[in-house]
Structures are given as structure tokens and as C-alpha cells.
Design a protein around this ligand. Sequence first.
Ligand code: FE2
Length: 186
Amino acid sequence: MAAWAFKLAAHLLAGPLPRRWAHVQGVAARARSVSALFSDSDASTLEEAAVLHDIGYAPNLALTGFHPLDEAGYLRDSGYPKSLCALVAYHSCSYREAELRAMVNELSEWDDEKTPLRDALWWADMTTTPDGRRTNVHDRIGEIVERYGPADLMTSLNLEAKSELVAAVERTEERLWAAGLGHLAK
Ligand SMILES: [Fe+2]
């Protein structure tokens, strides 16, 4: 499952950005772990989106410096489905970053689908450390704020987006408990 996406992400990230590649593999594993919540097709899309959600950081793809937009544009130009492009374009509250970067118009090419699938992608990203290990959303945001420092846009973004990020994580964890998969939410 998602073999082409793994190959593409490895090609773009493993050499230049090994820590990012470790994170992405962890997020993909998290996404795979909740596949029972979704149809086979949606579970596949979720895993693909998870492994591709940070390819916009790759030096070859970083055109605008706003990675969700760069990767969504790349996937669009490569002929991948619009739904996949939209998932990566809006992952983990990226529209807040679009506001801070004055790139809302560019991002509006896609729609934030606001579904359990989209929540699960945010959950996988926000419960995985930069090294690909499991964490919780509060520690994850705390680590980002500490890593980037008070003056950085990423710190402002994560503090402004915190309630939305936590809400998406909590909705996913409620779905996991309801499905008898509460061990993944702990
Ligand atoms: Fe990420």
C-alpha cells in the first residue's frame, strides 16, 4: 500500500532531510495504524497523504517556502488526485500559515474537506515527533514552539492553531475509542 508515495517521499527527503524523512515515516505508520476506521480506498489515501505531507520541504520542491502549497502544486502537476492534493495542502491547520504568509488565495485552489480522514491526517502528524516517535499533541506543539523560538512564524502559527489542532486530534481519538482502538489514542 502507498508504495509509490513512499518511493517518491524517500527520493525527495531521505538524502537532503533525513530527520524530516524519519518524521514522515513515523506519521505514515501512525496513519496506517488507524486504517480500520476507513474504507480500503480512504485508508490508502490517508497513508499516501501522510507520507507525502512534508515533501514540500524538499529543496527540489520548495518554490514559495510554504510547504503545503509547494507539495500540493507538485502533486497536482504530476497528475495525482485532487483529493490527495487538498489533504496535503490543508494538513495540520496550514491555512493559518497561509494567513500569516498572505497566501490564502493560492491555497484556495483546494478545499479543506473537514472529514474524519482529514482529522486523522492531522492527528498522525501532531502525535509524531520530529524523529518519528509517538507523542501527544500538547508535547508536540510545545516542542515546535521551543524549537523555533518566540520570534518565528512557526511558533505564532502553532499557538494560534492550537485549539483547532487539539480538536482534530481529540475527534480522531474519540473515533478510535468508539472503534475499540483506544490503545492507539493513549
Ligand atoms: Fe509533519
